[in-house]
Design a protein around this ligand. Structure first.
Ligand code: ZN
Length: 425
């Protein structure tokens, strides 16, 4: 079994048994953490962020900001930091050399070894990572909301988060996911990053990426059972939501509906989740996603237009170009760079912008248009959205969304949490 992740480092799980955990956290100072930090503790504990074993110290943050790499030269584009107010540090007497326990919704989730306490200019960080300090950029606002002090140090989980339905069946740790791939006989896995309910344009992005990853793979097996060995991993990003976004449940189950509706064979497609708070860092976030999916065991990663972008801060295909600027061999995963799929009435099918020449007739998929159709409860034509996908989205609206497939204030306030941290033992 190959458990080698980004930077050539082994993917390790940093997690204590309940018995060890109880002993370890006795008499430790505790700090209640935000949703973002809880998600990042889970990522660190299970090896999603390999080779990182904890939150970054100042030298790594500085190196990431200025050189897009860790101090040891490993490519890394986004600082992973633990922020805390200087007041809380003072009040709780936290100092270098301590170990503190991190609680979420009151229950212990992880311990943090305090190796370094430091500050870093947040505007400088935003400018370096996002290329702007404009507060209209959600990533800038996120950095702006951080407290004034950072703690660098190793993180170990003392408790396992419990994912609520329907998320539980889609959460795999990197090590578990690699075992799943092995079970399926997949040797080429192309990651599809998403925060959207899939229309057929998305479906074809995945199918096109599958063709690229499958490439000239040899035919294995006999004519009755050809083994392909190539799969699409849909990896839904689960993080903070804003009103108007599709609800998480609809995104996840709509992707699964493409599977259950057999638009993808059972043996070429699976849906999973990763907890991550999008920075909307465009090209730099594309590299981060590539690292994340390297750790998940993927060999390829699909990048479409405006990957992880927002507004017009980045060029449409900046996330494609940045991969050419990396030193050779710095990433194990191969980017699959795709243009657009659209519907063409002359071709009478969904076709690729790199192939179809009917530029006047072609109809681009408009996320906004599809959303407005769904909002009215009208079923889009099957060439735009599969009926199974639409049905699931509407079911999710009733079951999880308080009547709407889009996040409302009510949903944000009352939704069932994605995961809970249970009391320890
Ligand atoms: Zn055409």
């Amino acid at each position: 079994m190959d458990f080698i992740g980004h930077g050539g480092k082994e993917i390790k799980e940093r997690i204590l048994s309940p018995g060890e955990a109880k002993k370890k956290i006795k008499n430790l100072v505790s700090v209640e953490i935000s949703g973002r930090i809880a998600r990042e503790c889970i990522d660190l504990g299970y090896g999603f962020f390999t080779p990182l074993e904890g939150f970054m110290g100042k030298a790594d943050v500085d190196s990431v900001c200025k050189k897009m790499s860790l101090t040891d030269g490993t490519i890394w584009p986004i600082p992973i930091v633990f922020d805390i107010s200087s007041q809380e540090i003072k009040e709780k007497g936290i100092k270098v050399g301590d170990t503190i326990v991190l609680t979420h919704t009151g229950n212990p989730l992880a311990i943090l070894e305090v190796e370094e306490i430091f500050s870093y200019d947040k505007d400088e960080m935003a400018q370096a990572v996002l290329g702007t300090t404009d507060t209209k950029h959600p990533g800038v606002r996120m950095i702006g909301r951080m407290q004034d002090t950072f703690i660098g140090g190793k993180v170990t989980l003392v408790n396992k988060p419990q994912f609520n339905p329907p998320f539980d069946r889609f959460f795999y740790t990197p090590r578990q996911l690699r075992k799943e791939f092995k079970k399926r006989g997949w040797v080429r896995i192309v990651a599809h990053q998403t925060r959207n309910v899939p229309h057929t344009g998305h479906e074809w992005l995945m199918k096109g990426a599958w063709f690229c990853a499958h490439g000239d793979a040899p035919v294995i097996g006999n004519k009755d059972e050809i083994k392909l060995g190539t799969g699409v991993l849909v990896n839904c990003i689960i993080g903070p939501k804003r009103t108007g976004d599709y609800i998480d449940e609809a995104i996840l189950l709509a992707h699964q509906a493409l599977h259950d509706g057999r638009y993808f064979r059972d043996d070429v497609h699976m849906v999973s989740i990763t907890c991550w708070d999008m920075r909307y860092a465009g090209p730099k976030e594309a590299i981060f996603h590539a690292i994340l999916r390297t750790n998940l065991g993927c060999t390829h990663h699909m990048f479409g237009r405006d990957h992880a972008g927002v507004g017009d801060y980045y060029g449409t295909y900046d996330a494609h170009r940045i991969f050419d600027q990396l030193p050779p061999g710095s990433l194990k995963i191969k980017p699959v760079r795709v243009l657009e799929w659209w519907y063409c009435p002359v071709c009478a099918e969904v076709t690729y912008s790199g192939l179809c020449g009917h530029t006047k007739e072609r109809q681009k998929f408009s996320g906004t248009l599809i959303r407005s159709i769904i909002k009215d409860g009208v079923k889009p034509t099957r060439v735009i959205m599969r009926p199974e996908v639409f049905d699931v989205v509407m079911e999710c609206a009733e079951k999880y969304g308080f009547g709407s497939p889009f996040c409302t204030e009510e949903y944000l306030l009352k939704r069932n949490p994605v995961f809970v941290v249970p009391p320890l033992g």
